[in-house]
Unconditional design. Structure first.
Length: 199
């Protein structure tokens, strides 16, 4: 098995675990439009969608939910329905706590840290750094970038969490936004046209 495939499978398995039980009205698969410097992405839910940009030609789509951003750095795209969370008044904090609670059940030790330094002045996004340890001291880490909408949270999980990818996380955060339009054929065509102007 190639090293790249092994890393992708490991990343997918580690990040997929917290969201495997989330089945409430899942949004349609994310769509991607190639630009001259990466990908524009849109992930629909109901009458709105989350939009984000993956910058850099080294980014490789593995499937609609997994992207190899650069060597040894992967990202998973997901949606967590607010019914899974305990507190629907502050969905961003409730989601971060939900992830931490999940990992407490499956790891020896869990550390989490709110990374407000990566979001600037935005209030609609939260970045949480999570480090998970097994009983032998092995560590898995990720940045969870959450964007709230009325029915739940769009999540970009970037792994591993390390200081040299902080600029990449800031780029993702700056492009991660909620668009209050249905992602239909006309909107998809508009996104494709917009991507052509970025070439």
């Amino acid at each position: 098995m190639s090293e790249r495939l092994a890393q992708s499978l490991l990343l997918g398995a580690l990040i997929l675990l917290p969201v495997k039980g989330v089945k409430a009205q899942a949004p349609e698969d994310p769509i991607y439009v190639k630009t001259s410097n990466g990908w524009n992405a849109a992930y629909a839910h109901g009458n709105e969608y989350a939009e984000f940009r993956v910058i850099g030609n080294s980014a490789k789509l593995q499937d609609p939910y997994h992207i190899l951003l650069q060597k040894n750095v992967g990202m998973m795209v997901s949606f967590v329905d607010k019914k899974e969370l305990q507190n629907d008044r502050d969905l961003l904090s409730a989601h971060a706590q939900w992830e931490v609670d999940y990992w407490h059940q499956h790891a020896s030790r869990v550390e989490s840290n709110n990374r407000a330094d990566l979001i600037g002045t935005r209030k609609d996004v939260k970045v949480t750094e999570i480090r998970v340890y097994d009983n032998k001291g092995a560590q898995m880490s990720s940045y969870l970038i959450g964007l709230a909408e009325k029915d739940g949270i769009f999540v970009l999980s970037v792994s591993p969490a390390k200081k040299d990818i902080d600029p990449l996380v800031k780029e993702l955060v700056s492009s991660f936004k909620l668009v209050p339009r249905k992602l239909d054929a006309e909107e998809t065509k508009r996104l494709s046209s917009e991507a052509k102007t970025q070439r």
